[in-house]
Design a protein around this ligand. Structure first.
Ligand SMILES: Nc1ncnc2c1ncn2[C@@H]1O[C@H](COP(=O)(O)OP(=O)(O)OP(=O)(O)O)[C@@H](O)[C@H]1O
Ligand SMILES: [Mg+2]
Length: 226
């Protein structure tokens, strides 16, 4: 089972929207996907409650149960897990980062958001996990976007090669338990999600190769602290 965690200390940056859309993209790619909802607001779970389709599975779980529930999911055939983390909860973000093979950090293209993003980046780096920042709520015009992308790259972060724009399809879809690519299959949001899915898929598969190396580094750090 490959695990993607979507983490951002900032609220309302599109974590749950991307979790649901990427889970549906994975299902369409023949995967058995599940969302693990660690957020006490339970937005992904509420989305699932209104969803006519049976998949993907969504489980609202207490963070302390994450390891156990994920193991059970893997044993029952889940091969693409997505962890939807809550905002403002460092401890839960740590749990999510620890469980992940790859981490997406959604960030709005604004100065204060990028500053907040650096905190999430530090947290993720603690676990030596591969990660990428994905810009969300991007305006369809304006040169500030390129400046923001340059600033993020200068911080040493990997930038996902797809911008998620501010599009009504993302929010309208959620009103009926859908995702943007289901609501508007030929729309631009659908294209964005498919590109992001491809990017995530490639990184999830390459990250496993370096997992043993990452684990070794974590053990080394833990040993040097104790
Ligand atoms: N790219 C987008 N364009 C337009 N609206 C969006 C986009 N992404 C998300 N939204 C809307 O913005 C709101 C917040 O999105 P979402 O719940 O995914 O953020 P979040 O980071 O999970 O929030 P929280 O931190 O509270 O968990 C929702 O109403 C959603 O429909
Ligand atoms: Mg959310």
């Amino acid at each position: 089972m490959k695990t993607l965690a979507i983490i951002s200390q900032k609220g309302g940056v599109g974590k749950t929207t991307l979790a649901t859309a990427l889970a549906v993209a994975a299902e369409r790619d023949g995967k058995n996907a599940a969302i693990f909802d660690l957020d006490p607001q339970a937005s992904a779970t509420f989305w699932k409650d209104t969803r006519p389709a049976e998949s993907p599975a969504v489980a609202a779980i207490p963070p302390a149960r994450l390891g156990h529930v994920m193991q059970a999911a893997a044993e029952s055939g889940c091969d693409f897990a997505i962890i939807d983390a809550p905002p403002f909860a460092k401890d839960i973000a740590f749990e999510a980062a620890q469980a992940a093979d790859f981490i997406l950090i959604p960030t709005k293209p604004a100065v204060l958001d990028v500053m907040a993003m650096t905190k999430t980046l530090e947290l993720v780096r603690h676990y030596v996990k591969p990660s990428a920042v994905v810009l969300t709520f991007c305006p369809t015009q304006g040169r500030e976007l390129a400046d923001t992308e340059a600033a993020i790259t200068q911080l040493g972060a990997t930038l996902a090669p797809v911008r998620i724009h501010n599009r009504i399809a993302y929010s309208r879809a959620q009103q009926t338990g859908q995702t943007a690519q289901e609501f508007e299959p030929d729309g631009k949001a659908a294209e964005e999600i498919q590109s992001l899915y491809k990017f995530v898929f490639i990184h999830l598969n390459t990250s496993t190769q370096s997992a043993a190396h990452d684990q070794a580094q974590i053990h080394k750090r833990t040993a040097s602290r104790s």
